[in-house]
Write a protein of this length. Sequence first.
Length: 167
Amino acid sequence: MGEEVLNEYYITTKELLRLLSLLTEEELNKKTNEGDWTAAQIGEHLNKSYALSKVLNGKVKETKRSPNEKLQEVQELFLNLDVKMSSPKEIIPTEEFIDKENLLIELRSKIQWVNDFSRKADLSKLCLDFKIPELGAFTRLEWIGFNTVHTKRHIYQIKQIIRSLKL
């Protein structure tokens, strides 16, 4: 199960980087619908949320529950695209123009760190430094799964933006 979650994370984050790379810096920063984020803002939002991955290397403890117990619930919640979600203020992107090269460098760095860390860590341990409201503490494996599902949700939005820009 752990290998499957790690592979899904790798494939999903690779797709994110590919999609963001397809766009010019101007296209990345162009609003296609009033009130929506630009592709660059989505990238920055994910970059800020990936900073939470440091919990993987924080305080942990053994748990008796399955290391993937909460993944189904996370998938059902985040992949329901009919539900509009609000982001915590700490991960809301800037309204300023976002530099494409810096964004991609930061995303790649955080993604690579998770890939490297997850290959050598015990993913069954429960992370204690941060809890998702209403979902509680996650195992390391669930954190990686959460990042994957969260990224998939935003990949859908980026694809919508690309369609709008290319029409």
